[in-house]
Design a protein around this ligand. Structure first.
Ligand code: 4NP
Length: 162
């Protein structure tokens, strides 16, 4: 049974949050922690439910050694705040929409990925790459890799030694 669970959330669940899921899952696996840490992603919108990640996100991830092909988009729901220990928004719009979905008892579970896990980047959000070019997808991947390393370190510190 998993000791800890993380849900990454963006708007469509086809670009940023599946990239975060795939990158973070890869790092969890490399650390041998897949039995301890559960990883998932979702979108605040219903636009792309059931779809695979955007081909541009998949291509950028594959070049760096991450497989996103197993992921299917789903919509975030209020129950996710019960089921997950951390809900990590990619941008402030997602953060705001998630805050409307939860009751105040779950305030501590809601985070903003870059602001809270890669503050050295001095920007708060993972920019939406959907309507931009390929360099936007590469930039998203780089930011996500950095924040994922810091997130994994933080969670490792919280896991039982057993
Ligand atoms: P994501 O990117 O939130 O990173 O998955 C987007 C995907 C689709 C749309 C917007 C952003 N869309 O408007 O359909």
């Amino acid at each position: 049974m998993h000791q800890f669970s993380v849900l990454f959330v963006c708007l469509g669940n086809i670009c940023r949050s599946p990239t975060a899921e795939g990158v973070f899952q890869h790092k969890v696996n490399q650390a041998g922690l897949e039995q301890q840490i559960r990883v998932d992603s979702a979108g605040t919108s219903a636009f792309h439910i059931g779809e695979s990640p955007d081909s541009r996100s998949q291509r950028e991830a594959r070049k760096a050694g991450y497989d996103l092909s197993y992921i299917r988009a789903r919509q975030a729901e209020a129950k996710d705040f019960v089921d997950f220990d951390l809900i990590i928004a990619m941008d402030l719009e997602n953060y705001h929409n998630l805050s409307l979905l939860k009751t105040t008892r779950y305030n501590d579970k809601l985070k903003l990925f870059i602001r809270d896990y890669a503050p050295d980047l001095e920007i708060d959000e993972v920019p939406d790459p959907y309507y931009g070019g390929a360099d936007g997808f590469a930039n998203v991947l780089n930011m996500i890799e950095l924040a994922s390393n810091n997130l994994l370190e933080e969670i490792r510190g919280q896991l039982d030694e057993s």
